[in-house]
Write a protein that binds this ligand. Structure first.
Ligand code: ADP
Length: 427
């Protein structure tokens, strides 16, 4: 490219010099010697300047273009290599990665998706949910996927367990990630079985000890009366801990709960009576009923969860305090059960950990009040099984509000039940 432009410049210069030489000869022949000399000198100067600067400028242009295109080509190579690397990395991940379009069709997936979900690249037509029909994952994809799929069997191999997440990707795509959590799931099962077995094994000896302690009358041995009292208290606590652990084990198995009608207005009245019995007149207890809505779920478990919150409010509110048990409609057709107290309150750093097993804001405070440290953990599990969540608002010294927020799918209006002929048992 460079030599072509040089040849072009040389040809132009030769033409210019020839023209100038001719002009000088003609002017000299006509007797215009000074004119001829002037034209020759001027022409030479212009020619030389043009040759020097013009050719340089012309030479630079193609060189710049060549450099630009070379840089562009190199960048393209680099990007292609990077893209290939990323694709290879994602392709060889042990987790299934899948790109879905807005209709749920698979646009791309890696090799692990074939192994875990049984998908093959040559069969990428049709929405994923349809291609996985009959599997738990397929059923989950047909829901609104708001509930996380933390543990489900792999469609391609039921002995493998998957944790599935789906997230937006770009403007219209979604990214589905399925992790093989089989090992984790097995370890979790071992832990669950261990806790359930230990609790079960402890139940019988504790019942025997408790029974014998009940037989001993402190009046027969006044010297040992305080010791006997303490032994009874501790054996009761141990029995309660074992019962709570067994309840947690049962809830953790994730077995389907009964779909019963829970008449909330009646249940709130029962909870108020329970609270009054526990409080022994030390608190002002009220019910704030803003809706007559009912709930669908397990009567036994929901009652146990709500009762836990009420008992906590009584135990952690000093005498003279107020406790309000509420049931109200929320936006979008859902509802919330809440227990508000004017008690001790909880500082912010503890709020995120309250539902952990045996987590206590203050061990002495919990033990004094007869707590096992498992109450809120049970509440969380019961709510999870009802697709509900626990919201805690609290400030030290100002009191706390524990709210169980339930989705519209769990809330029914009494007139709906009458129409559908469902019985409303008294709580
Ligand atoms: P516990 O059996 O010890 O009460 P929970 O799981 O029910 O266990 O509660 C965990 C901890 O949360 C309690 O130890 C207590 O410190 C705190 N807590 C629960 N409810 C309240 C409340 N209404 N007011 C103040 N603290 C509370």
């Amino acid at each position: 490219m460079r030599s072509a432009s040089t040849r072009f410049s040389a040809r132009l210069a030769a033409t210019l010099f020839t023209t100038l030489a001719l002009a000088v000869v003609v002017a000299a022949l006509w007797g215009l010697t000074w004119w001829a000399l002037g034209v020759a000198l001027g022409g030479q100067t212009i020619g030389l300047l043009w040759l020097v600067f013009g050719s340089r400028a012309r030479d630079r242009r193609p060189r710049e273009a060549w450099l630009r295109s070379r840089t562009r080509r190199m960048r393209q190579h680099r990007l292609t290599a990077q893209l290939r690397d990323v694709r290879n990395v994602v392709g060889s991940l042990p987790d299934a990665v899948m790109l879905l379009d807005r209709r749920g069709n698979v646009r791309w997936h890696n090799a692990a998706a074939t192994r875990l979900l049984g998908l093959h690249l040559r069969h990428t037509d049709g929405p994923l949910a349809e291609r996985l029909v009959g599997s738990e994952l397929g059923a989950w994809l047909l829901t609104d996927m708001r509930q996380p799929a933390t543990d489900m069997p792999a469609p391609a191999d039921a002995s493998l367990r998957l944790g599935v997440t789906i997230m937006p990707f770009g403007a219209h795509l979604r990214l589905l990630l399925a992790r093989d959590i089989s090992t984790l799931s097995r370890l979790e099962q071992v832990r669950r079985d261990f806790v359930a077995n230990v609790s079960h094994e402890l139940r019988t000896p504790l019942t025997v000890i408790h029974g014998y302690l009940e037989l001993l009358d402190p009046a027969d041995m006044p010297g040992l009366a305080p010791v006997l009292g303490e032994m009874r208290l501790q054996s009761q606590r141990m029995t309660q801990i074992v019962e709570d652990l067994l309840t947690l084990s049962r809830l953790e198995t994730g077995e389907a709960l009964p779909d019963e009608d829970v008449a909330m207005p009646a249940l709130l009245e029962t909870l108020r009576r329970e609270a009054e019995a526990l409080s022994q007149g030390r608190h002002a207890i009220s019910v704030e009923l803003d809706t007559q809505a009912h709930l669908r779920g397990s009567i036994h478990d929901l009652r146990s969860a709500f009762s836990n919150l009420v008992s906590n409010a009584v135990r952690y509110t000093p005498s003279g305090g107020e406790i309000a048990i509420g049931w109200r409609q929320t936006a979008g057709g859902g509802a919330a059960f809440s227990v508000r107290d004017s008690g001790l309150g909880i500082s912010a750093e503890h709020l995120g950990r309250l539902t952990e097993r045996f987590y206590r804001v203050s061990s002495s405070r919990s033990r004094e009040s007869g707590g096992t440290g498992l109450g809120l953990s049970i509440v969380k599990h019961v709510l999870n099984l009802h697709q509900a969540r626990l919201v805690v608002e609290s400030e030290p010294g100002q009191g706390s509000t524990f709210s169980c927020v339930l989705e519209s799918s769990r809330v029914t209006q009494p007139e709906d039940d009458e129409k559908s002929g469902v019985d409303t048992p008294a709580s």
